[in-house]
Ligand binder design. Sequence first.
Ligand code: ARG
Length: 461
Amino acid sequence: DANMQWGGRFAGGPSQIMQAINASIGFDKAMWKQDIAGSLAHAAMLAHTGIISAEDEAAIREGLTAIGKDIAAGHFEFSEALEDIHMNIEARLSERIGEPGKRLHTARSRNDQVATDFRLWTRDALDGLDQQVASLMRALARRAEDHASDPMPGFTHLQTAQPVTFGHHLMAYVEMLARDRGRLADTRKRLNECPLGSAALAGTSFPIDREMTARTLGFDRPTANSLDSVSDRDFALEYLSALSIMAMHLSRLAEEIVIWCSSPFSFIRLSDAFTTGSSIMPQKRNPDAAELVRAKTGRITGSLVSLLTVMKGLPLAYAKDMQEDKEPVFAATDAAALSLAACDGMVRDMTANTAQMRALAGSGFSTATDIADWLVRVLKVPFRTAHHVTGRLVAKAEEKGVDLADLSLAEMQAEEPGITDDIYSVLTVEASIASRTSEGGTAGSNVQREARRWLATLDAE
Ligand code: ARG
């Protein structure tokens, strides 16, 4: 059969293979709500400007509403021969209401239609993920408040560096996620312009009102250039970029959770709800959710690379390559939503092994910097010199197999005669942490203030 949408020009129908490579209905049916919303706005505008009659618009509205109900109820049969969601719905509409349905596509092309639907879909997905990120930030800040002053070893190079608090560590992720939300908000601003009315690529000769459709669909304004409107997928790329950076953050958190749960560390315990067992080793509690969050980053980054690769060689304006824009965005959205939900669950349910973290926070000469700082502050020794003196004290302690606090005053004074008993007051983990009161530092009072500030900010939204 000749295609029902462009049968005039064609004597024969497509081959099976043509149909299979051409069809997008398998995935773009996910945009049915957006497609109906776009068509309702378009029809209302066509009637308002006198391009179609009020009766036709009423028939279109009733027809589209009924089709929406059918799809929602699972009573709509999608046809691959009709290629995509746009033609599936339009064909069904004409079947249902006859001639008025055939007027709907006046002053419109699938090129501006799909660009509009896809922006609407991406905007909804973005808003949903943004709320999930906010929820994860809340979960992290609550746990940070609980553990504002609980010591843990801080690492650089995954080597014990200086004591920090568990709360401070968790709040670092709150800051990362806040930037992720900022990137999503930025993306949304540029996304929120309406391409509808650009038609195929050149605009239209009909006296359409693009302000009206833009406003009806919740866009800030119509896009400015019809060629750009139908060939631009920056909004999807920006969305995927923001998600890729966010996924990288979630993956780092997941990696830390894996490390923290490992038996040699034993910093935290995940709940049964977020742990799996082993089919052979009865003792195992595996952090599979965290590992999968780490792995799903690959799909999200991969989606960004896929779409960049699809877009980079396309001449203006629309090319069918652009039909391959949706699956990466859908896949990345699913992976991001699941990863956020899993992180949220793990963070809410985990229990911290504060005794173990406290014990390790003091190991590895983690307060060596505090000795150096004491020499600078009390004896006015230049920092670089103090660093050397402290290095010799660390070597001595290491040689004896003891902690810095176990060196006698005489042993200390052998390296720097000015040292007094007072130096022992800075050698505890608690003193080290409490002294880090500089802005953004790990002192418990700072951490508590930051956690409360974030919780208040998030509650005020
Ligand atoms: N299914 C197409 C897509 O998703 C719709 C636009 C088709 N436009 C065209 N000129 N063939 O991109």
